[in-house]
Ligand binder design. Structure first.
Ligand SMILES: C[S@@+](CC[C@H](N)C(=O)[O-])C[C@H]1O[C@@H](n2cnc3c(N)ncnc32)[C@H](O)[C@@H]1O
Length: 315
């Protein structure tokens, strides 16, 4: 989904947005919110215009670059005509591909990384080893701040029984396991012998290998083979995205009341927000995000941690 942003300096942002909504309201869906924000919905694109002090901030999105240009043209032409007397100008940035939407500014990410409890030597070495052994796949590993977040959640919930779907080389498993009490257990599910074999020596060095039961096989089968009893206190889902709805359902029925499901990558790098993406994993994640928000079995919060993390606490 191409996105372009713009600013237009003016003394009268509210007045122009009102005028724009009333003028274009005959041709497109045009809405004015209580805070003065105008949303114009065209057949194949939208433009949101926000009054911000002595400026109007504009965000235009469309299904394709040529339709984005049409949206930009219509809005620019009208605004500049309304503001002709004060020589109002709409200054657009070059469009970016919303599919790779950078949710968090890289400077903020870097700052966050250095302002969480440091990962320590073993996790650091696991990161290095993962990069050496798996190349580009290493990008699947969760980041240090997300690992610290997971450990924090395990401690805050007082969890003893944890489950993870998507182990890779064992970084998140280690973060969960070392936050459990010494008699705690983590059932760690993955399909890859190769990747998970990298994890074991690091779990041993950290003294948590005896807390982790690694189960190799499709996680749906592993989960369905478990008794349908509320045995788990916390779950982390970070595997194949199309199966997230199944993992969510299978885990929820095995979670104790007050237990927590943590779902990673709920933004899919912006693709969850963007109807132009229609692959199975996009549809599954989009539907699941909507479903969880309305699911009265849980209290849910979606967080802008990395690629999006949802916490669903069973009622
Ligand atoms: C994003 S990685 C997990 C990263 C891991 N949480 C970490 O901290 O490094 C996804 C993992 O899901 C596993 N996976 C993919 N499909 C699976 C399935 N059907 N059942 C179980 N695991 C699966 C992959 O083998 C891969 O290791």
């Amino acid at each position: 989904m191409p996105i372009a942003t713009a600013r237009a300096a003016t003394d009268r942002p509210e007045r122009y947005l009102k005028q724009l909504v009333s003028h274009l309201g005959h041709k497109v869906t045009a809405e004015l919110a209580g805070d003065g924000r105008a949303t114009l919905t065209f057949d194949d694109g939208t433009c949101v215009l926000t009054p911000a002090g002595d400026e109007i901030e504009l965000i235009a999105t469309a299904a394709a670059p040529d339709t984005l240009t049409r949206v930009q043209d219509v809005v620019t032409r009208h605004l500049e005509r309304f503001g002709a007397q004060e020589e109002l100008r709409v200054q657009w940035t070059a469009p970016v591909d919303g599919g790779d939407l950078s949710i968090i500014d890289p400077a903020v990410s870097a700052y966050v990384l250095t302002h969480c409890t440091p990962p320590g030597e073993i996790l650091h070495e696991l990161t290095v080893r993962t990069r050496e052994a798996t190349g580009r796949a290493a990008a699947m590993q969760i980041s240090h701040d997300e690992g610290a977040f997971l450990s924090m959640l395990v401690k805050l919930t007082g969890a003893r029984h944890a489950i993870e779907v998507g182990v890779f080389t064992g970084y998140s498993a280690l973060c969960i396991a070392r936050a459990l009490p010494s008699d705690g257990r983590l059932l760690a599910c993955d399909t890859s012998e190769e990747w998970t074999s990298i994890a074991r020596p690091f779990w041993e060095r950290a003294g948590v290998a005896d807390r982790i039961d690694l189960k190799i096989g499709p996680a749906t089968e592993t989960l369905r083979a478990l008794p349908a009893e509320p045995a788990f206190d916390i779950a982390f889902i970070d595997a194949d995205k199309a199966s997230y709805p199944t993992y969510y359902e299978e885990i929820l029925q095995r979670l104790r009341p007050g237990g927590l499901i943590v779902l990673d990558n709920v933004f899919l790098a912006g693709r969850s927000l963007d109807p132009a993406y229609q692959e199975e994993r996009h549809l599954a994640m989009r539907r699941l995000n909507d479903f969880i928000a309305a699911d009265d079995r849980v209290d849910a919060v979606m967080l802008t941690v990395r690629d999006g993390v949802t916490l669903a606490r069973k009622r």
